[in-house]
Design a protein around this ligand. Sequence first.
Ligand code: SIN
Length: 517
Amino acid sequence: MKTQKTDVLVIGSGLAGIMTAELLSVHKNVIIFTKNRLEDSNSYLAQGGIAAAIQSEDSWYDHFLDTLQAGCYHNEPEATQQLVEGGPDAIHRLVELGVRFDRNDDGTYQYGQEGAHNRARILHICGDATGKHLIDTVKRRVLSHGLVQEGQTVVRLMMSRGRCVGAWSIDQNGEWTATYASTVILATGGLSGLYPFNSNAETITGDGIALAYEAGAEISDLEFIQFHPTLLVTEGKSSGLVTEAVRGQGAKLVDQDGRSLMEGEHPLEDLAPRDVVSRVLYRARQSGKETFLDIRGITDFEKKFPTVTRLCRKGNIDLQEGFIPVSPGAHFTMGGIDVDRQGATTVPNLYAVGEVANTGVHGANRLASNSLLEGVVFACEVANSILSNMCSVPVERTVQWSDLPVLVQSPEFSSIQAVFNDHIGIERNRIGLEKAVRWFEGHLTNTVYQEFPNLQDIQMYQHVLVGALVARSALERTESRGSHYRTDHPIEKEYWRQKRIKRRKRAYEPVESTARP
Ligand code: SIN
């Protein structure tokens, strides 16, 4: 086994991860691991932009209220304030790094509008290519510092005397590496890739959640998974996102007869919060309707939305006709690894940042374009906290290897996705969730430990573990709030207000019936 050591190991290469690495690299040795290529992240695919209250007639407080309302007041208020108050600084920091947000002819910023924002406050780059340009800018810097190791999949966090001291990984040739680090930062994204219909990069499958859970970290709010209303549909499959900014420019959701789907459903109609719009579309499709974005009212569509245009061309969709076939699909994980306001998990020396972390800022449903903002704001917090704390932590040199869990019989990835889709989707109920819990936990009860299992078997164990955690949380929350909608408990309940479902590793228990109010 190869070994290496560093001050900080960042696992994941989305905006939050590489931004944290870039900030730390001035003072520390940093390594970034990414499973595949540096560009394989959700940040790279982000279209809409980055929300920040920077106009004089806007305020952090208005942005705060929109974030809480979209999050159905499940948000952690202090962290949410930290997020939105940090917006203007985050934008300045990005501009200093060389990011060029779109401007009008008079030099002022162009602001996009998306669902559940009370005003246009979303900065973007090259129309709908915001994530690509943000990543490209920060990427140049981390590459020039030689921080990145591509093709490294972390399979276990290294623990010594209750602290995280590094990670074991496998590269694409099957070679194992032990990386010792004073601090480890998980920045692996959420878990939406475990759904068959999703907007995510293929590599985003909940790995960080599984790694942290196995290391004893607390995980919370996993029942809150955001479904984006408008994924492009080609040949019955999801083939990318159609940004909500398209509706911000006036596009309407319609059925195959051109009838509005959102009229009368919510005061904000097509710009209602994502959970509301997704449910309306889901039900329309369940009743046999087809669902489209009517873009006929948008001038210069191709110029404003070059990424969507490219995706549509690839899928042979004729934009001149003015209708884009769309369907809701899994998009963002609001819950994740519990962290404090500096990104520290409950495991010493282990941090989490970006979508994998549960900072509490998104509540039960994330406000559009708040995730890139979270990535930048919390990258700064994590970097500052590490820089002020780590000088006394020595890098470990040897940690004893212990065998890894794998399933006696690994299911197919498509079977895992089918359980997510069928039982933990946009609408859930007790019977379906119990089936999902039984399916995932049933597989987990047949776990064995192997010395050096192959990567695929390790990953299947992790996917099933994450499935069990999500299904259990969704079963336990006997109410509907934001993205978590239970047909058998269709209303928000006071009992559940601000209650978080938390999980920490312990022995598996049999499925119990969850008789809660
Ligand atoms: C979008 O552009 O619609 C997605 C942006 C986001 O999820 O915040």
